[in-house]
Ligand binder design. Structure first.
Ligand code: PMP
Length: 462
């Protein structure tokens, strides 16, 4: 029998869930000792569980997705009508929402010319990798196919995406990995891999890309893939000099730039896209979470017109086109929800709000850092912030995963949901994440910051 959240008892839902659902990122023996929270309703930034307890969600649905907040009837109405008119068509057939959304999206991305639809961030990245590999074959013998990724970046859960992911615990035990991927240094100044200090360094982290290209052989490297601001790896905005150096190196060696905007895309950082804070011209841009704000499953691989044209060349080779399909890239719910998402971002001036509220949030967190020695570093851009916890500021000894979890747990108990590094590294699961919906006001941000204040006091007993 079907259980409905509104009619079934909470205990029945929990029992059924425990007996049937295998949850994401969950150690089930530990998890089953406690009862899961069953979320049943959301309005704006507030969600309620079936017991009627209310929470302020500073995570945008757990993983930085519901950027516009919950309960947007306008999106639901548009999707409903579209599903009645035409729910789906794929392949080389066209649909009105697909065309309209692609055009509107591209208007926010000067220099880019084509949109390829799929249904998850991992998938969008895999499309980008396949384009790079096929280009190597169409323009040569396939040698220039390698993709360089960055330590501490995450690009997804499928084997190709995982093969380009620099989170040691996320990738452990899932090998063997796909060949043709190789890594270079992360750019976290707080834990500089070169032991330097920003201001007196030579941006060695960006120059390490050249070392990686030379190590692999420039003739074999097709692209570099980067998050504009590393998300799950600890919220790491690069220094301002970073991307121009990356761009220059890529130009020199004929390496394409693939920017993974799965988290940062569509306003999260206070620009339409994270890369637009920096001086860089990507060849491929992937996006997912914010595209439809969690109201539909849609992802996009956006490319330059020049890259697209390479796949158009009719030079007699029957393989000369992108032989790829995403079944659910044909769902019209995605582009329709995307059209509404773009309209809401504009009409409610949410990108400006993200900048303003992001600045306010950072100020509050810097003040909190004065009070709590355990806050080692605060970093971020727009409404995407990481708070790194250390038990000793001088040695930067990371707080444990358990301590970091206890702070998040304390906030949850007191009605505020915050995020944290989730088993990505062996010794650096010590960062709290804040990614409130882009509609947030100071009132909610104050509530979030005071919950963290109380959580830190309780766990670290200062
Ligand atoms: N890239 C980045 C930067 C991500 O954070 C994620 C997901 N958290 C992905 C790709 C993968 O997206 P998905 O889970 O939709 O496959």
């Amino acid at each position: 029998t079907m259980l409905s959240a509104t009619t079934a008892a909470n205990d029945d839902i929990i029992a059924t869930d425990k007996a049937t659902v295998w949850h994401h990122l969950t150690q089930h023996q530990q998890w089953e000792e406690k009862d899961p929270i069953v979320i049943s309703k959301g309005v704006g930034m507030r969600v309620t569980d079936v017991k009627g307890k209310s929470y302020l969600d500073a995570t945008s649905g757990g993983v930085w997705c519901v950027n516009l907040g919950f309960g947007r009837e306008r999106i639901a109405d548009a999707v409903r009508q579209q599903l009645i008119d035409l729910c789906y068509f794929a392949g080389s057939y066209a649909t009105e929402p697909g065309a309209e959304f692609a055009q509107k999206l591209l208007s926010k991305m000067p220099g880019l010319g084509r949109v390829y639809f799929s249904s998850s961030g991992s998938e969008a990245n895999e499309k980008g990798y396949k384009m790079v590999r096929q280009l190597a074959h169409m323009n040569g013998d396939g040698t220039k196919h390698k993709i360089i990724y960055r330590d501490r970046d995450y690009h997804g859960t499928t084997i190709g995406a995982l093969s380009s992911t620099g989170h040691e615990q996320r990738v452990a035990q899932y090998g063997p990995f796909a060949p043709g991927f190789s890594s270079f240094s992360h750019c976290l100044c707080y834990r500089c891999p070169f032991g330097k200090t920003y201001g007196s360094c030579n941006i060695e982290c960006a120059r390490d890309l050249e070392t990686a290209i030379l190590r692999e052989g420039p003739d074999s490297v097709g692209a570099v893939v980067l998050e504009p601001i590393t998300a799950g790896g600890g919220v790491i905005p690069p220094p301002p000099e970073y991307f121009p150096i990356i761009q220059e190196i890529c130009q020199r060696y004929g390496v394409l730039i693939h920017i993974d905007e799965v988290v940062c895309g569509l306003g999260r950082t206070g620009e339409w896209f994270g890369y637009q804070h920096y001086d860089v011209k990507p060849d491929i841009v992937t996006m997912a979470k914010g595209v439809a704000s969690g109201y539909a499953a849609i992802s996009c691989t956006v490319t330059t017109e020049a890259l697209f044209n390479e796949f158009k060349r009719a030079d007699g080779n029957p393989l000369n086109y992108f032989r790829d399909i995403s079944t659910f890239g044909g769902c019209t719910s995605g582009p329709v929800a995307g059209i509404e998402t773009l309209a809401i971002l504009e009409e409610e001036n949410l990108i400006q709000n993200t900048r303003d509220m992001g600045d306010y949030l950072m100020d509050q967190l810097y003040a909190l850092q004065e009070k709590h020695a355990v806050i080692g570093d605060v970093r971020g851009k727009g409404l995407f912030v990481g708070i790194e916890l250390v038990t000793d500021r001088a040695t930067k000894t990371p707080a444990s995963e358990a301590q970091t979890g206890q702070v998040a747990g304390h906030c949850l108990e007191h009605g505020v949901m915050i995020g944290r590094t989730n088993r990505s590294f062996s010794d650096l699961n010590n960062t709290l994440y804040l990614s409130p919906a882009l509609i947030t006001t100071k009132t909610e941000l104050d509530e979030i910051v005071s919950a963290i204040d109380a959580g830190l006091s309780a766990v670290f007993k200062q």
